[in-house]
Design a protein around this ligand. Structure first.
Ligand code: UT7
Length: 324
């Protein structure tokens, strides 16, 4: 018995920004970006491609694959940290956009790990309410939260959305287990302010605005160690050997992080799905976009054991196993 992914979908904004385009904005080079990150291009939202709109597009694609309509959905969980408003939630805008009138909707913010955390919420909800259907979406327009003068960060991020439809089924497929973590003590290695406070008593001294700020080297080190630990612990607690994994979809942050993770785990490179070269780091959207592409490219067969893992600001991180 398990919570099964009935359909996947994704939506990438049309506009492509290459490393050569970035060479015109900051002091960088295609050679530096490719060799340090593996990224060649990323998508950037234009008019009509707000966070909730690309989320709704991804959701429509997932619903089509699942042969369902918005009316069938009972709950919408959106993982994001780049909604156009703080309130209402992005999920409420997605609900409106889809016309999913009977669904209740809320956001999860666990930065780049958001999709895994939201998937866990959907999984646990359906284990109680097991005749319902849930949409879980990761969506970001980090282009709106990027300091385009900061070469340490502006080369990394991209926009996009990915979605899955979940249902509880009486068989041995679906989410096997998840292993999720946070460590708020490390918040200041990767963070983003909101707008300055209207209450002077709560105003922060150096609030540069809602931009991503990052200690890249530190984040890199923690990301590899944390994801490796989460995966190893999960496999141990589920008594599953690494060799049993058929496909691994890690958070697409940086090819060097992924290569290090893959070699430390000792998983075969051919089992690891990678698309960071095309989209950069799309934060909470990265795993569901990759999942949708992997599915459409024939990586996943019924019964396969899928491993997903992620790492992001908070710090937040984790891993999940899914029997496809
Ligand atoms: O989802 C989690 C989100 N965050 C991440 O995944 C980020 C994790 N970190 C990283 O991906 C890497 O740390 C970066 C790609 C951000 C940076 O790579 P690095 O190998 O750690 O480079 P570095 O920060 O140590 O910088 C090396 C040099 C520095 O110059 P000096 O001090 O050696 O003269 C930087 O100023 O490269 C310089 N540099 C650049 N040069 C050209 C930094 N950014 C750039 C750039 N173009 N865009």
């Amino acid at each position: 018995m398990g919570v099964v992914i009935l359909g996947t979908g994704s939506c990438l904004p049309e506009k492509i920004i290459s490393n050569h385009d970035l060479e015109k904005r900051v002091e960088t080079s295609d050679e530096w970006i490719v060799s340090r990150t593996g990224i060649s291009t990323r998508r950037i939202s234009g008019k009509g491609e707000e966070t909730y709109k690309i989320a709704a597009s991804a959701a429509r694609n997932a619903l089509d694959v699942a042969e369902l309509t918005a009316d069938d959905i009972d709950l919408i969980i959106v993982a994001t940290m780049s909604s156009h408003m703080l309130m209402p939630s992005c999920a409420c805008f997605v609900q409106k956009e889809l016309g999913a009138d009977k669904a209740f909707a809320y956001d999860v913010n666990a930065a780049c790990s958001g999709f895994l955390f939201a998937l866990d919420c959907g999984d646990k909800y359906l284990r109680v309410e097991n005749n319902k259907k849930v949409l879980v979406i990761g969506t970001e327009t980090l282009s709106s939260r990027t300091n385009w003068q900061d070469r340490n960060t502006c080369i990394l991020f991209g926009d996009g959305a990915g979605a899955v439809v979940l249902e509880y089924q009486d068989n041995n497929r679906g989410v096997v287990a998840s292993n999720l973590f946070s460590d708020g003590r490390l918040w200041n290695l990767l963070y983003m302010h909101t707008a300055p406070s209207c209450n002077p008593a709560l105003a922060e001294e150096d609030n540069p605005g809602a931009h991503i700020l990052m200690e890249g080297k530190e984040v890199f080190k923690y990301a590899v160690k944390a994801m490796e630990g989460a995966v190893r612990d999960l496999l141990t607690s589920e008594q599953i050997e690494l060799e049993a994994i058929d496909v691994m979809i890690p958070h697409q942050a940086n090819i060097r992080i992924l290569n290090k993770l893959v070699s430390r785990l000792g998983i075969e490179q051919e089992k690891v799905f990678i698309n960071v070269h095309k989209y950069g780091n799309t934060s909470a959207a990265s795993v569901p976009i990759a999942l949708d592409e992997a599915k459409r490219e024939g990586w996943l067969k019924r019964g396969d054991l899928l491993l997903v893992c992620s790492f992001g600001g908070g710090f937040t991180w984790g891993a999940s196993l899914i029997r496809w």
